[in-house]
Design a binder for this molecule. Structure first.
Ligand code: NAD
Length: 338
């Protein structure tokens, strides 16, 4: 199972995954299928575009004809689905795109997988499908009831249910992974860590939602990629695996750590109106993947955040290209008057 359709491989985690896999496996063949939304960036994969084990196809996961054609013409055996609309704030502004891509797009991929008889389908999902935890509640386990709170997490939960249904009804070999918040190179700067780093570099205020006491668990992206690959290779069909970093902290703690790493002081912090329905706390129990697939995070948070700040510092052009133009308008709209 080394001929794989990776969807969304020009986005943050997908791009890191493609590079990880090309480094990890010599005899792998990847078709990187991406619609190039605002979040897709060919610059993020420019170093692997000439690798003959990696082919980029500009395509939408909602386009069944193109998916079928791509799978057949490249004799692909499996799908790893990263493609998604992924930003909670955008899902509040415009949920339709999230249902279109995350639900209908995933369904199209499942239909093709079943029809063509692919050997495995891995759905890259999120801990956000479980909803929010109270301070004394136990961390999410794979059998925790799903209670998504945002249009984004609801769309991801719906996709997870479809994957489960395709396994149960049609016997499709499937795996679902649910990971906590990722950070690392190539993340679009609307997301908290690169946004914070970029604003710190430019001495711009850093918007912190509400009281900043929301708790998140952070995982370095390469650790996530390794977990996905292990789950893909060795996971049991029909199973879900939680993936986490064991690094829970409040948003305000995180912002202070980043400011320190960037050599800036806390006067840049700007508390803004909270996101509607903002989940208060996520914590993930990843003992199953640890026990069954021998996976643990390798990168501790201090080392990971240092590497990440250094990467954005050394790749200012990558950041500047994204933070001008359309994104600049979006950013101003999102944070003006908050
Ligand atoms: N970022 C995180 O912290 C995190 C954590 C857990 C799970 N996830 C999941 O991991 C996956 C990747 O997340 P990310 O942060 O890399 O997202 P991202 O927004 O950076 O990248 C998404 C990619 O999907 C592509 N895409 C969007 N719609 C498409 C469509 N209709 N057809 C084909 N391609 C399309 C985009 O062009 C982009 O390249 C998502 O499924 C997300 O839900 C993310």
């Amino acid at each position: 199972m080394k001929r794989i359709l990776v969807t969304g491989g020009a986005g943050f985690i997908g791009a890191n995954f493609v590079k990880f896999l090309l480094k990890e496996e010599t005899d792998v063949f990847i078709v990187n299928y991406d619609a190039m939304t605002y979040a897709g960036n060919l610059e993020s994969i420019s170093d692997v575009l000439t690798d003959d084990r990696h082919v980029f196809v500009h395509g939408d996961i909602r386009d069944s004809v193109k998916i079928d054609e791509t799978i057949k013409s490249h004799r692909l055996e499996a799908i790893i689905n990263f493609a998604a609309e992924s930003h909670v704030d955008r899902s509040i502004e415009g949920p339709e795109a999230f249902i279109d891509t995350n639900v209908n797009g995933t369904l199209k991929l499942l239909i093709s997988s079943q029809k063509i008889g692919l050997k495995r389908f891995l759905q890259v999902s999120t801990d956000e499908v479980y909803g929010s935890l109270l301070p004394d509640e136990e961390a999410f386990r794979e059998d925790t009831q799903i209670k998504p709170n945002s249009p984004y997490s609801a769309s991801k939960a719906a996709a997870d249910h479809l994957v489960r249904a395709y396994h149960h009804t049609f016997g499709l070999d499937s795996i679902t992974t649910r990971c906590s918040n990722n950070y690392g190179p190539y993340q679009f700067p609307e997301k908290m860590i690169p946004l914070c780093i970029n604003n710190a570099f430019n001495n711009k205020k850093i918007p912190v939602y509400g009281d900043g006491m929301q708790i998140r668990d952070w995982l370095y992206v390469e650790d996530h990629c390794r977990a996905i690959w292990l789950a893909f290779k060795n996971g049991k069909t029909g199973e879900t695996y939680n993936i986490g970093g064991g690094n829970q902290m409040t948003n305000i703690e995180l912002v202070k750590i980043i400011l320190k790493e960037c050599g800036k002081d806390e006067s840049l912090i700007d508390f803004v109106k909270d996101r509607p329905g903002h989940d208060r706390r996520y914590a993930i129990d990843f003992s199953k993947i640890k026990r069954e697939l021998a996976w643990s995070p390798l990168c501790n948070f201090d080392a990971g955040i240092r590497k990440t700040v250094k990467w954005y510092c050394e790749n200012r052009k990558w950041l500047d290209n994204l933070t001008s133009g359309e994104y600049k308008k979006y950013y101003e709209k999102m944070y003006s008057g908050r």
